[in-house]
Design a binder for this molecule. Sequence first.
Ligand SMILES: Nc1ncnc2c1ncn2[C@@H]1O[C@H](COP(=O)(O)OP(=O)(O)OP(=O)(O)O)[C@@H](O)[C@H]1O
Ligand SMILES: Cc1ncc(COP(=O)(O)O)c(N)n1
Length: 280
Amino acid sequence: MNPKIALTIAGSDPSGGAGIQADLKTFTALGVYGTAAIAGLTVQNTQGVRAAAPVDPALVRDQIAAVLDDLPVAATKLGMLSNAAVAGVVADLLEERRADFGVVVLDPVMVATSGDRLLQDEAVETVRDRLLPLADLITPNIPEAAVLLGSTPAGHLDESTAQALALRGLGARAVLLKGGHQSGEELTDVLADAEGVTLFTDGRIDTRNTHGTGCTLSSAIAAFSALHGDTIGSGISREAIGQARGYLLRAIASGAAWTLSRSPGTGHGPVDHLVGKARP
Ligand SMILES: Nc1ncnc2c1ncn2[C@@H]1O[C@H](COP(=O)(O)OP(=O)(O)OP(=O)(O)O)[C@@H](O)[C@H]1O
Ligand SMILES: Cc1ncc(COP(=O)(O)O)c(N)n1
C-alpha cells in the first residue's frame, strides 16, 4: 500500500529532541512518510537554546511549494515559524492552496522549555489572525494560549476550559489546550471542538525528559490523522488525538526509564520516539 504523507513546517533542533527532527522521527515511528520544510534554525541542546535564526521567507515558501507540487500531502504540522515574515509566507501559501496541505495542525510554538523565545512578538498577530482560522486544530500550551488571547496564563482547569473556548471564539476550528505546564500529580489537556469540550487526563510521569513533548504530540496528531484519512471539511478525528496522546505518553514513559548514563543529553532530555521498536 502506498504510504500516507505528512509535512512538517518547523524549526530545526540539532540535538534531535524537538522541532523538525522530532517530527520526522514521530512520522517514521508511526508509519507515515515524512517531508519537512525548515522555517528556522536553532542552536540548542537539552540544556537550552544558544541561538535562533529565521530561514529566508522566500526559501521557506519555495521548500513548501516544492513538496506540495510533487507529493500528495495528507496532513501538515506547523511548528516554530520564527518571525512575521516567515509566518506570513506560510499563511499566503495556505490561503492560495489550502487543499494541498491536507488537514493542518498548528502548534503555535513561542517559547522553549528552557524559557528561550522561538517566535518574535511581532509574529503573534500573524499566527492568531491568519494561521489560526486556517488550521483544523491548534495545540497551544498554557502560556501560548494566554499570549494568543492577551490574557494571563490559566491557573486551573476551569480557566483552561474557558480559554480553549475563547480560542474557538477567535476562529479556531478545534483547540487542544495542553496541560503540561500545570502543577500537581495529574495533567489535563482540554479539547474544545464543534462537539463541545472533552478532557484528557493522565497522571504526570516523573521525568526530566520532556524536551519536545509538544512537537511530538502535534506531529503524532498529524500522522494519525493522515492514517485515518481525515479530511479538511470534517476536521481531525478524536480518535487521532487520543491515539497521538497514547503514543506520546508511551514515549515519555520509555524516556523516563532511561538510566542517566544512557539518556541523550545532560539537561531536559527527549522522549523515546522509537518506543516499541526493536533495538539492540
Ligand atoms: N511529565 C509529563 N507526564 C505526562 N504527560 C506530560 C508530561 N509533560 C507533558 N505532558 C504532556 O505532553 C504534552 C505537551 O505538553 P506541554 O503543555 O508541556 O506542551 P509544550 O509546552 O508545547 O511542550 P514542549 O515541552 O515541547 O514545549 C501534553 O499532552 C501534556 O499533557
Ligand atoms: C526548533 C524547536 N521547535 C520547538 C521547540 C519547543 O520544544 P521544547 O519546549 O520542548 O524545547 C524547540 N525547543 N525547538
